[in-house]
Design a protein around this ligand. Structure first.
Ligand SMILES: *Cc1c(COP(=O)(O)O)cnc(C)c1O
Length: 350
């Protein structure tokens, strides 16, 4: 396979090993548990990597910490700028504060106060600009161009991919007899890093990417054979929204070479994942965090063998979570699907 040839990608297992050493003490080694319910459904052990217990509530801290810890003195003095109001923004703010590097996250006036407060709480500066996240993104780019601040993208960057790959090292050490890995797929930083780590150690593991059907940019790009844009639609898996970038440099090629399959989920299935995580596994996950569970519940992988899936994040509006856990999901989806109404209260920046 292409990925096995040396130098096939910009990053290698050695980069992921180096990332692990670099971020040790900055990130948590998260628990791995077996789910009895899901194992019964799959007919084989299903292991859950509880990465939603990571500091900041998602795995994004691994990539952010690796990229920031790797910056030289000069870059550290200039500081970091970003426009993500979601898990990547939180992770940058946290890792920046820990490293003593100024971090500015640009946001539109319309970003809800809980998102603003989350960035503050992690130690980041918030810069309110304009009426859309596009304007905020432009301001972040201006700060990078004019003031020389460092922009760290959410997925398409070798240090981010290597950082996310550290999760893969933990997985293959904790489940050495792994046969099938279900991994969330949006921009592909997570899937690329984790698949590279896992397949470098154990080449015949089947790695299946999981996205939501509504606006699956990587899936559409793989089908087209090049990065393409898709219309962004509201989804319960909001952390999986957004494009892969028409000038994608790293993740598209890696995902294409490393993933064996991609599966797409409908909104009711995503709600089911959140619901099951809460009632059966006693875990609070966001929509993106529960999609691996939904794949198992739906029996979507035939004869998976020893399986691992990752609960990637817990950052969900708790009012929304309460409604889904209470079984309101059907109404919620019935009312909203195709209506162009956002489930959550904000833009879908990763
Ligand atoms: C960012 C994110 C993903 C997807 O990661 P990519 O590297 O963009 O593919 C999945 N789950 C959660 C909770 C996330 O925050």
């Amino acid at each position: 396979m292409a990925w096995q040839s040396a130098g096939a990608f910009e990053i290698s297992l050695a980069d992921i090993d180096a990332a692990r050493a670099r971020i040790a003490g900055r990130v948590r080694r998260t628990p791995m548990e077996v789910s009895d319910d899901l194992s019964a459904i799959a007919g084989a052990p299903v292991h859950l990597k509880l990465e939603h217990h990571q500091i900041t509530g998602s795995f994004k801290l691994r990539g952010a910490a690796n990229a920031i810890e790797k910056l030289g003195e000069e870059a550290r003095r200039r500081g970091i700028v970003g426009a993500s109001t979601g898990n990547h923004g939180r992770a940058l703010a946290h890792a920046g504060a820990r490293a003593g590097v100024r971090t500015v996250i640009c946001m539109s006036r319309l970003v809800p106060s809980n998102k603003v407060e989350a960035i503050y709480a992690e130690g980041g500066e918030v810069w309110i600009v304009g009426d859309s996240q596009n304007e905020a993104q432009n301001e972040a780019e201006r700060l990078a161009a004019d003031d020389g601040m460092i922009m760290l993208p959410p997925f398409d960057h070798p240090d981010i991919i290597a950082g996310q790959g550290t999760l893969g090292l933990e997985i293959i050490e904790e489940v050495p007899d792994l046969e099938t890995l279900l991994i969330q797929l949006s921009g592909g930083g997570l899937a690329a890093g984790v698949a590279l780590a896992v397949k470098s150690r154990k080449p015949n593991v089947r790695v299946v990417g999981v996205s939501m059907r509504r606006g699956a940019a990587m899936h559409a790009s793989l089908a087209a054979g090049r990065p393409v844009e898709v219309k962004e639609l509201p989804t319960l898996a909001d952390s999986l929204g957004g494009g892969i970038g028409l000038r994608n440099r790293f993740t598209f090629a890696m995902v294409r070479a490393l993933l064996d399959d991609v599966m797409l989920l409908d909104e009711p299935q995503i709600a089911e994942g959140i619901h099951h995580a809460y009632w059966k596994e006693r875990q609070i996950v966001e929509g993106a965090g529960g999609v691996g569970i939904a794949v198992v519940l739906g029996g979507m992988v035939v004869n998976p063998g020893v399986t691992c899936l990752v609960l990637t994040g817990s950052n969900i509006d708790m009012g929304l979570h309460h409604r889904i856990a209470g079984g309101e999901a059907a109404d919620l989806i019935g009312n909203r699907a195709g209506g162009g109404v956002s489930y959550d209260d904000d833009t879908h920046t990763p």
